[in-house]
Design a protein around this ligand. Structure first.
Ligand SMILES: [Zn+2]
Length: 197
């Protein structure tokens, strides 16, 4: 009998590990892969705010091969922390933006380090749109900035990405799930989502 239980237990364990690594970018994009143990982020906007996701993971416009998200929102839309952490970078002095290579270094942004070592980057903020400073502790849902169009950006939007360590110990962009009005999911491009906190 014990052997039997052990067998079932091992099977579940193995199955769980495989499930952790099974997703492909295609699965994430199509919304097929929904169930894992990763941290659940809030959408980086105020509760009930409806936002349009113009680019998701590996989108062809400018996110080819990238695990990053672009939310199309009006200038000066409030940005909220998607997860608790500490501000490790905040820039707000730029008023330049556009799709020229020299605009790459013009983006205002905020970077927040989470307690597991991962870091979320919030890009393209408006001039003076970083409302937090390096060293500040922020909590999920707290207003941290205002959207804009600075840096390598064709229109006002928020570029959001999380970097951290994957299961092999390599540092890279990580896919993240969000708590939304459509469930706890990986977001899909071309869709509207409402933030919930
Ligand atoms: Zn982007």
């Amino acid at each position: 009998m014990m052997k039997y239980f052990f067998f079932i237990f091992s099977f579940l364990n193995v199955h769980y590990c495989i499930a952790q690594q099974q997703y492909s970018i295609h699965d994430l994009k199509s919304g097929k892969f929904t169930d894992d143990s990763s941290y659940i982020y809030d959408l980086p906007f105020e509760s009930k705010k409806k936002v349009f996701l113009i680019q998701a993971y590996d989108s062809k416009m400018s996110h080819r091969g990238e695990l990053a998200l672009d939310f199309k929102v009006k200038k000066k839309t409030k940005i909220c922390a998607a997860r608790d952490g500490v501000v490790i970078a905040a820039r707000k002095d730029s008023d330049k933006g556009g799709l020229k290579p020299e605009n790459m270094s013009d983006g205002n942004h905020i970077s927040i380090k989470h307690y597991d070592g991962s870091v979320a980057h919030y890009w393209h903020l408006i001039k003076d749109g970083a409302l937090v400073n390096v060293g500040d502790t922020v909590t999920k849902g707290q207003v941290i900035g205002l959207t804009g169009n600075t840096g390598y950006s064709a229109f006002p939007h928020l570029h959001f990405e999380v970097v951290g360590y994957d299961e092999t110990g390599a540092y890279k962009q990580l896919p993240t799930r969000f708590y939304t009005n459509k469930g706890t999911i990986y977001l899909r491009p071309g869709k509207f989502y409402k933030a919930l906190h």
